[in-house]
Design a protein around this ligand. Sequence first.
Ligand code: FMN
Length: 323
Amino acid sequence: MALAPMVRRTDRHCRVLHRILAPRSWLYTEMVVADSIVFGRATAKLDFSQEEHPIAVQLAGSDPSIMSQAGKLVEARGFDAINLNLGCPAGRATAGEFGACQMKSPTSVARLIETIRGEVSIPVTLKCRTGVDAHDSPRFLEEFVHAVSEAGVDTLIVHARKALLTGFSTRQNRNVPPLDYERVRLLKSRFPSLKVHLNGGIDNCPTVRSALLWADGVMIGRAAYRDPMFMARVHQEVHGQDPGLTVDDVLLRYRKYVERELTRGTKLQPMVRHIAGLIRGRPGSARIRRCLGNASRSSAAGLEVIDNVLRMLRRLPDDQLVH
Ligand SMILES: Cc1cc2nc3c(=O)[nH]c(=O)nc-3n(C[C@H](O)[C@H](O)[C@H](O)COP(=O)(O)O)c2cc1C
């Protein structure tokens, strides 16, 4: 199982929160454009904590020389795998010749993979769509996957819908083209030795259970961010172990991380913003989220913000809140 890469969501703090919830899941960085690594603009995005292993960095780019230089740099940083983004439908990505548009050129993608693999020893995996624009037949997907597996990719994460590169926003591209799990299942049956992970629209345990009858894993994005406790339930489904965590437990463990980071000078707000999903749907959640937002904006705010959330969740009277 894996937490999906999500720009402006799955930063290092979010990933640590998810590590608490799903101790064995793969975590992915947000997409990082290879140029920004090679030319030194994206170093903060490559920071991670030791507890995040196993962690994959997601790279975007199409220039073999820049991608392999970026590959060497991220390997030296200690990442466990490199994942190539071949699914991003954003106009910016298409203009920069990376993301979903690359699926239209399987031979270039294969060459790119071979070049990167020639420079690094960690695995290179792919995240792609079932197709792009008019290139959306089962045969197209099979030929694409044949080319990338020949180039040495043994793990593929498939967002089970095609990408439409004109006339649809990035957001629409996550919702409008219909999900087609059957297409991904068929792909797995054609390439039994390839590890195929299913992504897209997975938001409940029965779907996880039925996907795992044929898929090698599931990758979860929005449902995990919206309701982080879902990842603990998926962990139980996948590994048969109940992590036995309550929201209280998760917050207490995350509090330790926040304490450690505060002493290193990390700001509070980027860390506590990921807590909002944990609280959603609980009694008094709107009020707690408001307090969380207000308090964490103050530069003097510290651990008392999390302590107050814990008190409010335990429904202690207001005079026991720390101001
Ligand atoms: C806010 C947001 C940012 C995303 N950023 C990325 C990204 O950086 N790289 C990527 O491959 N996919 C990205 N995605 C797509 C997700 O990884 C995932 O493929 C998609 O949301 C479908 O899975 P889900 O239905 O479980 O969310 C993003 C999705 C969202 C909602």
